[in-house]
Design a protein around this ligand. Structure first.
Ligand SMILES: C[C@H](O)[C@H](O)[C@H]1CNC2=NC(N)=NC(=O)C2=N1
Length: 96
């Protein structure tokens, strides 16, 4: 069972995750992306989905046409940020 990071561990990891922030309202890592069109956005989501399957950890997200918002939190850790969220954020960053 993954465990929640302390706020210090989370904020320390965020310093190495450019573009990501902590959304306190959802207790999640947050990032917003904007693409040229829906096709680009959905293609990126597809690539994220493959990474999510590889690490067995999945994003919460919202797609509206060319906009994508992602929240990463760990349900199995009581909806808190765990090391799995840092790992998935790092994998997503590598796709850009
Ligand atoms: C059994 C399976 O690995 C778990 O249910 C995984 C699936 N993906 C998950 N994704 C997220 N974001 N949090 C989880 O706790 C989680 N649990």
């Amino acid at each position: 069972m993954p465990s929640a990071l302390t706020s210090h561990e989370r904020d320390d990891a965020l310093t190495r995750l450019s573009g990501w922030a902590f959304d306190a309202s959802r207790n999640a890592l947050y990032r917003r992306f904007e693409f040229d069109d829906f096709s680009e956005a959905f293609g990126f989501m597809t690539r994220i989905a493959l990474e999510a399957e590889k690490c067995g950890h999945h994003p919460e997200w919202l797609n509206v046409y060319n906009r994508l918002e992602i929240w990463l939190t760990t349900h199995d850790a009581g909806n808190a940020v765990s090391a799995l969220d840092i790992e998935l954020a790092t994998r997503i960053a590598a796709l850009i």
